[in-house]
Ligand binder design. Structure first.
Ligand code: PDD
Length: 286
């Protein structure tokens, strides 16, 4: 990583300095985005920036930059990077102030961003799928905010890793919400389902694109509550995110999902998703 962006400057990562009194450090008081970059183009940028606006509005911070300013920051971060796919991480905190829970009246938000190579799930995971556990969703009631306060998500993911699983599927009041860092889809017959948007899930950009692609191809895709027991009887279960794209989950809590291997609907949607990406790279899709 050659340079990172911090508060108006591009500096080598080891020269980027943030105060120990930054509210991001003290309270986790900030929001973030992860934007994939394919063929040098920022994928679904408008969607990511609109989710950023929603997160900022929810924590009552003003967006410090206009879209054009964000674009020029990202473009500069991406120069000098190899041609492969990249991702942009950006984070905005409420800034530096004496420690007090109440909002500081005059703090300037801290803005940080960097680019790094995207590392996709290994081919073996795509071919065989991954294991997941189910566990109680111990998070708060504003999971729609892309908050940097990810302690619960980190604990939940770690719980999965310690049980040799790749992801934790979270259950709140008997229904599936999402993964520790992903959205969840199930397939039953020729129907796709994913939990509805609301305060208990992050409105994933990948999730929305899959719903959009499914609709365009006349594949039924319900956005309805998924009861935990529906995971057991599903033919296929997937996790989705900007980084993992669409990854089949083939074991849940030690039991096989469907036939225990990635299914035909995954193959279809994965191919359509890759087709969409190619069209995007060639400037034929946004
Ligand atoms: N996380 N739900 C949660 C809790 C997430 O953290 C993520 C992504 C998603 C999927 O959202 P999207 O499709 O927009 O990537 C859903 C990112 C990648 C991260 O924290 O690194």
């Amino acid at each position: 990583m050659s340079q990172v962006y911090l508060n108006g400057q591009f500096v080598p990562p080891d020269q980027a300095r943030v105060s120990v009194f930054d509210r991001g450090f003290i309270f986790g008081d900030g929001v973030y985005e992860v934007i994939p970059v394919f063929g040098g183009r920022l994928f679904r940028l408008a969607h990511h920036l609109s989710r950023l606006d929603a997160s900022l509005a929810a924590i009552r911070l003003r967006n410090p930059h206009l879209t054009e300013e964000w674009k020029s920051i990202f473009t500069r971060l991406l120069t000098g990077h190899a041609n492969g796919d990249q991702s942009i991480y950006l984070q905005i905190t409420r800034g530096v102030a004496p420690r007090d829970h109440a909002f500081p009246p005059n703090a300037t938000p801290t803005v940080f961003a960097y680019a790094q190579s995207l590392s996709y799930p290994p081919a073996e995971q795509l071919a065989q799928g991954v294991a997941a556990i189910t566990t109680e969703d111990i998070r708060w009631r504003r999971c729609d905010i892309k908050s940097i306060a990810l302690l619960a998500n980190a604990l939940l993911r770690q719980q999965a890793i310690e049980q040799r699983a790749a992801e934790a599927i979270l259950i709140r009041d008997g229904v599936v919400t999402e993964g520790a860092a992903s959205n969840i889809f199930i397939v039953k017959g020729d129907r796709l389902s994913t939990p509805p948007k609301g305060p208990f899930i992050l409105p994933g950009i990948t999730r929305d694109l899959i719903v959009e692609i499914a609709c365009a191809k006349n594949i039924v895709c319900d956005e309805l509550p998924i009861k935990a027991e529906m995971l057991q009887s599903a033919d296929e279960v997937w996790l989705t995110s900007s980084i993992k794209e669409i990854l089949p989950i083939t074991r849940i809590d030690g039991k096989p999902v469907g036939k225990g291997k990635p299914g035909p609907m995954h193959a279809r949607l994965f191919a359509l998703y890759q087709e969409y990406k190619q069209a995007f790279i060639q400037g034929r899709a946004e």
